[in-house]
Design a protein around this ligand. Structure first.
Ligand code: SF4
Length: 506
């Protein structure tokens, strides 16, 4: 499927005119005035133009059912059904992608069910429809959209609400207000049309949660269950906004420092680890501390202590400001020095070049670290390495899997939050392979334009990103055309860490 084939249906001539006003000439040519009501919509749907169109979008104004909808708001339907249930509900899985694009354009957007009726609804009928949870009502979409698997979309601008129904003096002004929004829908609808087409989704395996993240989340959940809310967590338990929001909803309170925790309360240390100074501050406040530091981060802490105890200065290869860097270097602040990149490595100084070793943040990219270590070894021939790699198994596996996927992908999506180190390294890994790659927290960050002319989308998720987000994005891609989902698995993971005694159940 290519651009030039999606058809945009508008019931009113004035809606068609308004939509065309925002469109390029080729797209404007595909706007059809299909008429008001069920009979005209059915006739239009059976016409050659629509019956053979590879994709159909129903666009126009509508009445709001949801109480928080205002005139001028956009409703993007994820499901459309007719009020009598005579036709099966149509699903529009691409709704989250369209909604994200409209939001990025500054529009107020709601995603939900659209109901089509054969007549104008008012009063008790309107209230009854609102009670079903539907967001808006129109008189056409259910009969215009294809009932088969072809991509479809229904996008409506709210003109009237329950409080300001049709046939009131202000109706004309509200309809004009809604019509004025229609041209602003055009760029997104055109991007949707350009993005349509069958494609392959290549999923990297492994992806998503690692054993350290699983353990950290389990610790907070168990603490909440065993001790009741609130449970305080110092810093984000793992670097993912969805995980944090979910735990907050269950009673976790995230704080920046232990000073923000009431004396004697339960405080969980995040998976990234803490310095001894933080542990001491927690003890001073008589906090009931539970340590969710990943055991593989703890291993690096142990190495810092061992290496500095033998007289070494430790060069820590990591990122400034990251909690793991602060926690690890905080073990021996006077005997550690941070190197972020090869430029730092070329200038770093140590008191005794014959007594120097290096350690690495667990979530860095192996390629990047190799180059930095090369520079350090040239400058410090006595440089000692850790006994085994500090970059953890999960980081390494996800980078290998990403490479396998990116090799065959036209674009790569990495699901993860902006402060997730391992997720950012995955983006950089794909970009180093010359692939366009994007870090997205969820489908709300995905842009339709990324898929124009794209046959294969590589998808992975950082070690702190829930796997449900992958399903959500793949599901929304199905709204652009058939998706063949393939998994590229480079290894299987069976690592499991035991829980700390404070939450272990006997
Ligand atoms: Fe532990 Fe590695 Fe997961 Fe970080 S990414 S929590 S170090 S397993």
């Amino acid at each position: 499927m290519s651009d030039g084939q999606a058809v945009f249906c508008t019931p009113l001539r004035v809606e068609a005119r308004a939509l065309r006003a925002g469109m390029s000439a080729p797209a404007a040519d595909r706007v059809r005035h299909t008429g008001v009501g069920r009979a005209r919509s059915l006739r239009a749907a059976q016409s050659a133009g629509l019956a053979h169109a590879p994709a159909v979008a129903a666009v126009g104004i509508a009445g709001a059912l949801g109480a928080d909808l205002q005139p001028g708001d956009i409703v993007v339907a994820d499901a459309v059904h007719d009020v009598d249930g005579a036709t099966s509900p149509q699903r529009c899985p691409g709704a989250p992608l369209l909604a994200a694009s409209f939001r990025a354009a500054g529009l107020r957007v709601h995603v939900g069910t659209l109901v089509s009726t054969g007549h104008v609804v008012t009063g008790a009928e309107r209230a009854r429809l609102a009670a079903t949870g539907a967001l808006a009502v129109d008189m056409e979409s259910a009969w215009l959209l294809p009932a088969d698997q072809r991509p479809s979309a229904a996008v409506r601008v709210v003109a009237d609400t329950a409080g300001e129904p049709l046939l009131r003096p202000a109706t004309l002004a509200r309809v004009r207000q809604a019509l004025a929004v229609l041209p602003r829908l055009a760029p997104t609808l055109e991007a949707w049309a350009r993005a349509l087409g069958p494609r392959t989704a290549l999923l990297a395996g492994p992806r998503s949660f690692c054993a350290g993240v699983d353990r950290a989340i389990d610790i907070v959940e168990l603490a909440l269950r065993q001790r009741g809310a609130p449970v305080y967590v110092r810093k984000q338990i793992v670097h993912n906004v969805h995980v944090v929001r979910d735990l907050e909803a269950r009673g976790a309170i995230f704080v920046d420092e232990v000073d923000d925790v009431p004396e004697g309360a339960t405080a969980v240390f995040s998976a990234h680890g803490v310095s001894p100074a933080v542990r001491e501050a927690a003890a001073d406040r008589q906090l009931q501390a539970i340590d969710a530091t990943c055991p593989l981060v703890t291993k690096v802490h142990t190495e810092v202590r061992r290496f500095t105890d033998r007289g070494d200065t430790v060069i820590f290869i990591g990122h400034a400001g990251h909690e793991e860097t602060e926690g690890t270097m905080g073990e021996r602040p006077g005997n550690t020095v941070l190197v972020e990149d090869a430029t730092d490595a070329a200038t770093v100084t140590v008191p005794d070049p014959s007594q120097v070793s290096y350690l690495v943040q667990t979530t860095l990219s192996a390629d990047e670290v190799e180059g930095i270590v090369d520079v350090l070894q040239t400058r410090f021939p006595a440089l000692r390495a850790p006994a085994s790699d500090d970059i953890c198994y999960a980081t390494t596996n996800r980078q290998h899997a990403l490479r396998a996927v990116a090799a065959d992908a036209d674009v790569v999506l990495v699901i993860g939050s902006g402060n997730s180190s391992n997720s950012k390294r995955l983006v950089e890994t794909a970009q180093r392979m010359g692939k366009p790659a994007h870090l997205v927290d969820d489908v709300g960050d995905v842009e339709l334009d990324w898929f124009t002319g794209v046959d294969t989308v590589g998808i992975t998720a950082g070690a702190s990103a829930p796997t449900t987000l992958v399903d959500e994005i793949v599901g929304s891609l199905r709204g652009l055309g058939p998706v063949d989902v393939q998994e590229r698995s480079v290894t299987t993971e069976s690592v499991h860490f035991t829980l700390p005694k404070e939450v272990r159940q006997t």
